[in-house]
Design a binder for this molecule. Structure first.
Ligand SMILES: Nc1nc2c(ncn2[C@@H]2O[C@H](COP(=O)(O)OP(=O)(O)OP(=O)(O)O)[C@@H](O)[C@H]2O)c(=O)[nH]1
Ligand SMILES: [Mg+2]
Length: 369
């Protein structure tokens, strides 16, 4: 373990020592690749050797899972208790919460599973405290709420982000537009979309990163101005891309002027968990960031059931996705579907399994005889 940590430290020092310019870009890219490989070893290795016990085993319930991540005592447990009614002990000493405590709240007909987690500290991803387990759970969430204390320095935000990034979680980011097709021969073939100018990484850097990963025969296709980090992410492959909201808590403790300064933080919601301030905005934003849609079912000859929508991620909102949410065999039994709502021109309209649904559409499935 120490040798691995030492190797990482060594590379970190070298990176810090290397000036960033065109001439060193390739070298820096290579160092980044070496670093990513060592970190993967560290994470996988410590996973096996335990490093503080088993993971948190909480089964998924509801339509989406949202995790509360933050330093100790920022108010995560208070927030869980107030939002879901699920009691989770809160106290004015650090590390009150030692395990994962799930709660559920209802919003717009959906059930949102909220997970209270132990506080993490700097170095969590390297095995400090229960950090590794906490971040492991974070990887399974559809949305992460980074909870910050309005009284504490905003530098905490960057520390938490770094911990999550070190564990392969990418926040509020889309997967890089890079496609790698490995081949048996033919060498490396770097291709770019027409008129795409790559300003963050030269062909030499791409080659040295590929070389570090022993990729010697492949087509690498770039569709956007990717960086060395992006390329490494695609090669490593085990990244998760998760939306994130910064919940700035305890605003009952700060002045209006201080509150206004916080406006500069992107993706943020100020709240007071203690006084339940601004919970409406928080729940609305959670809903937006989860990017879910509501589909109402209409049994034949009856009015739609507006009380219990079927909730599907917007990206999986075809008729097939909707059917699978009800039961697996349904799509095979379906002849066609009738749809009312904004996704169709005529109301109702006959559609097939690939039709894309919109929020609040009404669907009736017509089965084969
Ligand atoms: N003033 C104020 N205090 C709060 C607020 N929310 C929580 N607290 C207090 O902050 C302290 C820590 O709250 P917890 O909910 O236990 O914090 P936590 O993030 O769960 O802490 P750990 O479980 O130790 O990681 C408690 O004394 C809470 O009463 C808030 O909105 N305003
Ligand atoms: Mg707690």
């Amino acid at each position: 373990m120490t040798t691995l940590a030492a190797k990482i430290a060594e590379i970190e020092t070298e990176m810090a020592r290397t000036q960033k310019n065109k001439a060193t870009e390739g070298h820096l890219g290579l160092l980044k690749a070496k670093m990513a490989k060592l970190k993967r070893e560290l994470i996988e290795g410590s996973g096996k050797s335990g490093g503080g016990g088993e993971g948190f085993d909480v089964s998924k319930t509801g339509d989406a899972r949202v995790g509360l991540i933050g330093f100790p005592s920022v108010g995560k447990s208070t927030l869980l208790t107030k939002l879901t009614g699920q009691f989770s002990e809160a106290a004015d000493y650090e590390f009150t919460t030692l395990t994962c405590i799930p709660g559920v709240y209802k919003y717009k007909g959906s059930k949102i599973q909220l997970l209270d987690l132990p506080g993490i500290i700097e170095g969590a991803k390297d095995g400090k405290g229960r950090g590794k387990q906490v971040i492991g759970v974070a990887r399974t969430c559809s949305l992460i709420l980074i909870v910050l204390d309005a009284m504490k320095p905003l530098t905490h935000k960057r520390i938490i982000e770094r911990e999550l990034e070190g564990f392969g979680i990418r926040l509020n980011k889309r997967p890089p537009d890079i496609i790698i097709k490995r081949k048996d021969k033919g060498g490396l073939n770097i291709m770019k979309s027409q008129s795409l100018e790559m300003t963050k990484m030269s062909d030499d850097t791409i080659k040295s990163i590929a070389h570090e990963y022993r990729i010697s025969n492949a087509d690498i296709y770039f569709k956007s101005n990717a960086s060395a980090d992006d390329l490494i992410d695609v090669i490593e492959g085990n990244r998760v891309y998760t939306p994130c909201i910064y919940v700035i808590n305890k605003i009952d403790q700060i002045s209006i002027e201080e509150l206004e300064l916080l406006d500069k933080v992107p993706h943020y919601v100020p709240v007071s968990a203690k006084d339940e301030w601004n919970f409406d905005e928080l729940m609305e934003k959670i809903w937006d960031y989860l990017d879910l849609i509501r589909i109402y079912t209409k049994p034949k000859g009856q009015i739609p059931d507006y009380e219990a929508p079927v909730i599907v991620p917007r990206g999986h909102s075809t008729i097939e996705g909707f059917c699978n949410r009800l039961h697996k065999a349904l799509v095979k039994e379906m002849k066609y579907a009738m749809v009312w709502g904004t996704s169709v021109k005529h109301n109702p309209q006959k559609v097939g399994k690939d039709h894309q649904l919109n929020d609040e559409d009404v669907v009736q499935i017509i089965k084969k005889l």
